[in-house]
Write a protein that binds this ligand. Structure first.
Ligand SMILES: Cc1cc2nc3c(=O)[nH]c(=O)nc-3n(C[C@H](O)[C@H](O)[C@H](O)COP(=O)(O)OP(=O)(O)OC[C@H]3O[C@@H](n4cnc5c(N)ncnc54)[C@H](O)[C@@H]3O)c2cc1C
Length: 448
């Protein structure tokens, strides 16, 4: 049987030699290895870190049980194939929320841990790995190890952000955060430049749990970096108009399926998305989000996961797919590098449909290969196939490496190994902890 597995960007596909549905009893010693192995969650990584061309993919979808949920302390242990959507469906009604969430709820706990994902609250919460109490790892030797900050601590640190290269995670235990309601009290503010955006994000931090900036990459030079800054906080019961004795709002919260009346038709995607339509979308979005003078209530789904409402939206980029480019640079270089990258991309007429700027705080992650570091991070969704795109991004990579910044491996499908190796200072130590029978298309591309 010929398998074809895609990542979210659909820029690279892969043909693994074998695909196995694994459960928590997986024993690599008794299975015929068509090594190397790689676990695969919901494939929401944009690049090839979740692909294993020619190797064996271990699908984790059957590891889908909640092992234990302590609704008093907000501690949950679940199998690694359980998604954030599944977790929210259970815990929100008890007044708990995931401590860190990416911009989609359709990621597994295993994927969230292996990429040490970040959210809009890095400045106060750090990355996902900061909230992991323990997990179980199966190595290809058949050994099963429970890892925590105090036990098998090197493997704990290598596996958080370790891109699935240290073995198969079976379950994960995390500490949730308490919330007062299932609503977000949010604000938005238009800003006219990168400087203003960065400053708005930094200064919002004191009061806001969640902050994020959307940037219009198509605006003219004098407005480059104009955009909208969003901030939010979990609303209290009083703010949503409930008294202390009422049932938790939205106790029926159910996040299991993308629920929408429309989805993207792949056939027309490539005709829909071009420099002109991206310009039109960006201008309209900017105008639509004019500054609101008072806070308003939003649902969890509309604040955190707007894209989840459109199933398979990644197909809008057509057959050539897209490249997501996400980097982080230290704060003092933020404005200059963000502007330089936007200008470079403008010079080849590469616009980004969705461009998101965030500020990372200084809470360190336990993960030795984690992406977040203090500074400014920008992510851009760029249609692949634009003439000159790859050399332009290579040029940008060098600029970013020069100032001590990083590219996010979870989103990457094209960076050169020489650049990657400069960006992650604990790479050598990490290499000693990788499982010799695990690898990925990404790893073979960059670590050679
Ligand atoms: C719309 C959208 C928004 C996003 N927003 C953000 C964001 O805000 N912040 C952010 O950080 N990321 C973001 N991402 C990226 C996404 O959160 C990560 O790529 C995440 O890791 C995907 O999880 P997954 O379950 O789909 O894992 P996959 O993509 O299938 O795999 C990811 C990695 O996890 C490993 N893995 C999975 N399960 C296991 C396991 N059981 N044992 C060992 N290794 C395992 C895989 O080998 C692979 O290396 C976004 C992605 C999308 C599509």
């Amino acid at each position: 049987m010929k398998w074809n597995i895609e990542s979210w960007g659909r820029y690279t596909t892969s043909t693994p030699a074998d695909v196995q549905l694994v459960n928590a009893n997986w024993n690599p010693v008794t299975t015929e290895p068509k090594a190397p192995y790689l676990a695969h969650g919901l494939g929401r990584s944009y690049g090839d870190s979740c692909l294993n061309n020619g190797g064996t993919i271990l699908l984790t979808s059957q590891m889908n049980s909640i092992v234990n949920f302590d609704a008093k302390k907000g501690i949950i242990r679940a199998q690694s194939g359980v998604s954030i959507a599944d977790i929210l469906s259970l815990v929100v009604q008890h007044g708990w929320f995931v401590p860190v969430t990416p911009g989609t709820k359709f990621v597994t706990l295993g994927g969230a841990l292996a990429n040490d994902v970040h959210g809009k609250n890095h400045h106060i919460a750090g990355s996902f790995g900061c909230h992991v109490r323990s997990f179980e790892l199966i190595r290809s030797s058949g050994e099963r190890l429970v890892c925590s900050p105090g036990s098998n601590s090197s493997l704990f640190s290598a596996t958080i952000g370790g891109m699935g290269l240290t073995g198969l995670i079976t379950w994960i235990e995390i500490q949730l955060i308490a919330i007062g309601s299932a609503k977000i009290l949010m604000d938005r503010k238009q800003v006219s430049s990168i400087n203003e955006m960065i400053s708005a994000l930094i200064h919002a931090d004191e009061k806001a749990q969640y902050t994020v900036g959307w940037i219009d990459t198509t605006s003219g030079d004098n407005k480059l970096g104009r955009g909208v800054m969003f901030k939010g906080i979990h609303a209290t019961k009083a703010e949503v108009g409930e008294d202390e004795n009422t049932q938790f709002m939205d106790s029926q919260y159910s996040a299991n399926q993308a629920n929408s009346i429309f989805s993207v038709v792949p056939k027309f995607g490539q005709y829909f998305l071009n420099a002109k339509t991206i310009f039109m979308f960006n201008s309209a979005y900017f105008q639509y989000n004019s500054t609101s003078d008072k806070s308003y209530l939003a649902s969890i789904d509309s604040f955190f996961y707007p894209l989840d409402k459109i199933p398979k939206w990644n197909r809008i980029y057509g057959a050539t797919g897209m490249l997501q480019y996400q980097f982080v640079v230290p704060m003092h270089d933020g404005k200059f590098i963000v502007q330089s990258v936007l200008k470079k991309l403008r010079s080849i007429r590469a616009s980004s449909f969705l461009s998101v700027l965030k500020v990372f705080g200084d809470i360190g992650s336990p993960g030795m290969m984690s992406f977040p570091m203090p500074g400014v991070t920008l992510s851009l969704d760029i249609p692949a196939g634009i003439a000159g795109l790859l050399p332009t991004l290579d040029f940008c990579d060098e600029m970013i490496a020069e100032v001590g910044g990083r590219i996010y491996a979870a989103k990457d499908s094209r960076m050169r190994g020489s650049v990657y190796r400069k960006m992650y200072p604990r790479l050598e130590e990490f290499c000693t902890l990788i499982d010799p029978q695990f690898s990925s298309s990404f790893w073979r591309r960059v670590a050679r």
